[in-house]
Design a protein around this ligand. Structure first.
Ligand code: NAP
Length: 250
């Protein structure tokens, strides 16, 4: 990957105020990229050179569209767009999840990804095609977890949506991936560990994981994502990608 020149590349990362998104943004700036970052709260990189930052909710299509235009007018064509923003709540058995909670969740995790995807597809077509779209999914896209009904449903939706986009846009030169990044110790993981077993029966496994520090680092996820996007040696026709555990990659 070191031989790939990332200097002239531009990426957008949604949900970049903390956690995995912030780690991707930090790494991308470190390797010389120009980035657009957004979230409802401010990014620590706001105001830095080579960073366009916006506070917005990914369900707000007009705000996301205006942000994309701002990134474009600052840096030109966007080479990589990562729909990373996501939530886990509500964590509870489906019988205890209200319709309003379910709708809010799906709005952010699935409709938000749809909106970001749609904006990026339009952007790339205006620039003659090509580009790389990465939608962050989860192992929960293909495995049911009691207590995570909304999350499993939304992430499965993200994965299938991405597979359809990959098919539809292949002739335009766009590559689309849904990526399960592995377990990363972010606020989302703290939220999981704070659950009672009646809300999330597998909580003890995640507490154990913390004790043994069995996580992928944010920087590892960032390096893998940029390699998938820009390293020709990593090119693949697979759309649903699961990153290996960092500990197995030594
Ligand atoms: P996190 O620490 O909770 O961070 C989530 C990020 O998304 C924050 O920057 C948050 O910023 C932003 N966000 C949430 N809702 C948003 C909205 N409506 N509009 C704009 N931004 C929003 O979570 P994370 O662990 O980094 O997760 C990032 C992604 O990876 C998610 O899609 C998650 O499902 C996925 N994932 C995580 C893990 C893991 O182990 N951590 C594993 C598999 C998949 P604001 O609150 O400031 O808006």
């Amino acid at each position: 990957m070191s031989e790939i020149d990332l200097d002239q590349r531009t990426a957008v990362i949604t949900g970049a105020s903390r956690g995995i998104g912030a780690a991707i943004a930090e790494y991308a700036v470190k390797v010389g990229m120009r980035i657009g970052v957004c979230a409802r709260s401010e990014s620590a990189l706001a105001g830095s050179d080579r960073v366009v930052s916006a506070r917005l909710d990914v369900v707000d299509e007009d705000a996301l569209e205006a942000f994309a235009k701002q990134v474009e007018s600052s840096f030109g064509a966007i080479d990589l767009w990562i729909n990373n923003a996501g939530v886990l709540s509500p964590i509870a058995p489906i019988r205890n999840v209200s319709t309003a909670e379910f709708r809010t969740h799906v709005d952010i995790n699935l409709t938000g990804v749809f909106i970001g995807t749609r904006i990026y597809l339009g952007h790339r077509r205006r620039h003659g095609g090509g580009g790389v779209l990465i939608n962050i999914s989860s192992g929960a896209a293909s495995n049911p977890y009691a207590g995570w009904g909304a999350y499993c449903a939304s992430k499965a939706g993200v994965e299938r949506l991405t597979e359809v986009v990959a098919l539809e846009e292949r002739s335009s030169g766009l590559r689309a991936y849904s990526v399960a990044p592995g377990v990363v110790d972010t606020d989302m993981q703290s939220l999981i560990r704070d659950c009672s077993p009646d809300r999330f029966p597998k909580v003890a496994d995640f507490v154990e994981m913390k004790k043994e520090n069995r996580f992928n680092s944010g920087e590892y996820v960032a390096r893998q994502l940029l390699a998938l996007a820009f390293d020709p040696a990593r090119a693949t026709d697979e759309v649903a990608i699961r990153f290996a555990d960092e500990s197995e990659q030594a």
